[in-house]
Design a protein around this ligand. Structure first.
Ligand code: IMP
Length: 424
């Protein structure tokens, strides 16, 4: 059984915990897009791990982890993460592979990401993680990227870097008023990274193909979420990769015919980090209360996440784009204690009711949300392990989400620990 796990909101849905749970029943965990902008939190070995680039499946000792061609690699971040894992007694030896076709993040990507954000006006600022993700994917599309495979041929690498850096330095000087970066330092540093990365580099598309045909089960670990997808999200306030299901195919080279199941992860409410429209955002007091109770602070940047009611319009959009077979609803416990719980079921804009997600950014920014109100529940849910033990109002709320989103709920999370989960 090959499964794809996708975020069905704006990221931070709780995919880390889900991957950790699902990894037990698979052989290989593969990341397919994004880079170290992601932050997957997993509680294991009585401690909290935050993984940014390496698939969360690495915490399971016998699983093989693959970083696919669609992921962008910052070697410095990669080695930092390996070191963190090793210090915690997690060995990656012989079970972590990176695609030779994955693109590298260079210092000029990080620098440009930061300078662009700093020099942006309020309306053009994206609120990126400043990890160089957008500029790196930009170069990939513009055919100015440098891939892991290119590091293996020093003469070719030198030629590529010379050409690309000359262009970057012109942009840095003329547009950003920056003195530019030195070729020698980057060249030496990345040749060294190339040597250190070589034991991890593979043709991972071929590896996954052969593994799937030998009956190995692959779990595809999505990062960010559908509404941050460069094609299907709230453009331009998105990340620069395909965080929805198509990314799993193009970002690993595994054919869609090999996929058996697509699971969408949502929070029982909605959050978003960075700029961009968020129709169901809470008023400030409630936002603060949920931020604190739900520990809603970005695991990569530490920024507070904006919080809001469950938005069924965006979740339905995600269910359709991804063809979700089932849903995992996370952090239901955080809603305990609210007297009334709202669900955004449609948007109103210029006297029209929109039930389907609109692509127009100004509509998303200005629309009024049509809400449905449900009675809340008081009980602490963290000790509940069976559907039938959930408070009646919690069950009603979940049933309504299922109906509005159009995919059956199969997993409910009521706390951050592995055991704090209800399987249906
Ligand atoms: P970038 O991916 O760093 O370019 O950031 C683009 C947008 O995606 C910003 O709004 C970020 O806050 C958001 N973003 C990127 N990665 C994540 C993530 O893992 N979780 C939530 N938001 C993210």
């Amino acid at each position: 059984m090959n499964q794809i796990l996708i975020g069905a909101q704006w990221g931070d849905e709780g995919k880390g915990k889900m991957i950790d749970l699902l990894a037990e029943r698979c052989d290989i965990v593969a990341r397919f897009q994004g880079g170290n902008n992601a932050g997957h939190t997993v509680r294991a070995k009585a401690r909290k791990f935050v993984l940014h680039l390496i698939p969360s499946g690495i915490l399971h000792p016998r699983k093989v982890c693959v970083i696919g061609n669609g992921v962008v690699i910052d070697p410095e971040a990669f080695f930092e993460e390996i070191e963190m894992l090793q210090k915690s007694g997690v060995s990656v030896k012989g079970r972590l592979f990176i695609s030779n076709q994955a693109h590298l993040i260079f210092p000029y990507h990080r620098l440009m990401d930061r300078l662009k954000e700093e020099q942006a006006s309020r309306s053009t600022k994206i609120g990126t993680t400043k990890k160089g993700i957008g500029p790196c994917y930009g170069d990939k599309a513009a055919r100015l990227g440098i891939r892991l495979a290119d590091l293996g041929d020093p003469a070719y690498f030198k030629e590529r870097l010379t050409h690309v850096l000359a262009e970057k330095n012109q942009i840095l000087r003329r547009i950003f008023g920056h003195p530019g970066l030195s070729f020698g330092k980057i060249h030496r540093q990345y040749l060294e990274y190339g040597r250190r990365l070589s034991p991890f580099i593979r043709d991972t598309a071929l590896y996954l193909y052969e593994a799937a045909h030998r009956g190995k089960r692959i779990l595809f670990e999505g990062a960010q979420g559908t509404l941050l997808d460069v094609d299907h999200g709230t453009y331009p306030f998105v990340t620069s990769s395909n965080a929805s299901v198509g990314g799993a195919i193009s970002g690993t080279g595994v054919a869609p015919t090999l996929i058996d199941q697509i699971i969408g992860v949502v929070k029982a409410y909605t959050t978003r980090v960075g700029e961009g429209p968020f129709p169901t955002q809470f008023p400030p007091k409630l936002m603060e209360a949920i931020q604190t109770k739900g520990e809603e602070f970005g695991s990569t940047t530490g920024r507070p996440r904006r919080c809001g009611w469950f938005d069924a319009v965006i979740a339905r959009h995600a269910a359709r784009i991804n063809g979700l077979d089932e849903l995992a609803v996370m952090k239901l416990d955080v809603l305990s204690g609210l007297k009334r719980i709202k669900i955004g079921i449609a948007y109103r804009y210029q006297r029209k009711t929109l039930e389907n997600y609109p692509a127009e950014t100004p509509i998303l920014e200005k629309c009024r949300v049509v809400y449905e109100e449900h009675p809340g529940w008081e009980e602490d849910l963290s000790g509940i392990r069976r559907w039938k033990d959930l408070p009646r109002n919690a069950k009603r709320y979940l049933k309504r989400l299922e109906e509005l989103v159009g995919a059956p709920i199969k997993i409910i999370s009521v706390g951050s620990e592995r055991e704090e989960t209800i399987f249906l």
